[in-house]
Design a protein around this ligand. Structure first.
Ligand code: SAM
Length: 249
C-alpha cells in the first residue's frame, strides 16, 4: 500500500527507487514534500453519523443531562469533517442557545481544507436523518448540483486545525467534555497507542466521555477511564469527600 501510494511521487520526480525518494525528503530542497507524503499515506475514510449508536449515546446520555456553561468536544482524527459536523448538528439541536464548540483536528492538511469548506457530495448520506439534511444542509444548484454545504449556523461553532497525535500536544487546546478518537488508533502499535492516550486523556474533563470505534479496543492499555460499554468510556469524577480529600468515582 505504501509503495503504490508513493509510486506517483517517484514518477513525478523521475526517481527510480524509494531510497532516492527518502533522500529527496531529507535533502531540504523540497520542504513541502513531507506533508504531501503524509497526505498521500493517510487513509481518510469517513461519513456522516458513522456508528450511529455513538450519536444516540451523546444525545440521550450526555447532552440531555448536561448542565454546564460551554460544551466542548474534540474530534481528534476528524478527516474531512463529517464526524465533527454530525456532532455539531446534534449539539445545536440539543443545547439550543447554550454555548458549545467543536474542535476537529487531523494530521492531513488536504482533509482539513475539505473540512473547513464543509461541502460534500449528496450521495454519501445513508445515515443522516432527513430532518438534519433539511435543516442544516444547503443544497447546491447549477454547478453545485449534487453537493450540499453545512449551514454556517453549524460551521461557526466548528474549528479545524492540524494536530499530529504522535507529536507533542503542545498547543493549548483546553479541556473537553467529550473526545472522539475513532478509527485512528488502529494504525498504531501498542506503545504508540499508550503514548497517545497518556497525552490525550488528561485533556478530558473529570466525568467527560471518550469514544473509540466499535472495531477498536483499549484492552491491555493502561488508562484512567471506566468502560461504560464497548467503545464508550468515562473519566472518573474527582470528588471532595467529607474530610476534603480528593477521591474518584
Ligand atoms: C479513517 S479516518 C477516521 C475519521 C473519523 N474519525 C471516523 O471515524 O470516521 C482516520 C484519520 O486519522 C488521521 N490520522 C492518521 N494518523 C494521524 C496522526 N498521527 N495524527 C492525527 N491524525 C492522524 C488520518 O489522516 C485520517 O483522516
Amino acid at each position: 500500500m505504501v509503495a503504490s501510494r508513493l509510486a506517483k511521487r517517484l514518477l513525478h520526480f523521475g526517481l527510480k527507487t524509494y531510497g532516492q525518494y527518502y533522500q529527496l525528503l531529507n535533502n531540504g530542497q523540497h520542504p513541502h514534500e513531507f506533508q504531501l507524503m503524509i497526505n498521500i499515506l493517510t487513509t481518510n475514510e469517513t461519513y456522516f453519523f458513522r456508528e450511529p449508536q455513538h450519536f444516540d449515546y451523546v444525545k440521550d446520555k450526555i447532552l440531555k443531562h448536561w448542565r454546564g456553561d460551554n460544551f466542548r468536544l474534540w474530534s481528534a482524527a476528524s478527516s474531512t469533517g463529517e464526524e465533527a459536523y454530525s456532532l455539531g448538528m446534534l449539539l445545536t439541536e440539543q443545547l439550543g442557545s447554550r454555548r458549545w464548540e467543536i474542535f476537529g483536528s487531523d494530521v492531513n492538511t488536504d482533509v482539513l481544507d475539505v473540512a473547513r469548506n464543509g461541502v460534500y457530495l449528496m450521495n454519501r448520506l445513508e445515515n443522516m436523518d432527513k430532518h438534519y439534511l433539511d435543516t442544516y444542509c444547503l443544497k447546491g444548484v447549477r454547478s453545485q448540483k449534487g453537493y450540499f454545504r453545512v449551514d454556517e449556523k453549524i460551521r461557526n461553532h466548528v474549528q479545524f486545525g492540524q494536530i499530529n497525535l504522535k507529536a507533542d500536544l503542545s498547543k493549548n487546546l483546553g479541556f473537553f467534555d467529550v473526545i472522539f478518537l475513532r478509527n485512528v488508533l488502529i494504525y498504531f502499535d501498542k506503545e504508540t497507542k499508550q503514548e497517545i492516550l497518556r497525552r490525550i486523556i488528561p485533556m478530558l474533563k473529570s466525568g467527560g466521555h471518550f469514544f473509540i470505534s466499535h472495531s477498536e479496543t483499549l484492552h491491555g492499555l493502561s488508562v484512567d477511564l471506566r468502560m461504560i460499554k464497548p467503545s464508550i468510556y468515562q473519566k472518573p469524577r474527582k470528588l471532595l469527600n467529607t474530610r476534603g480529600f480528593l477521591g474518584s468515582r
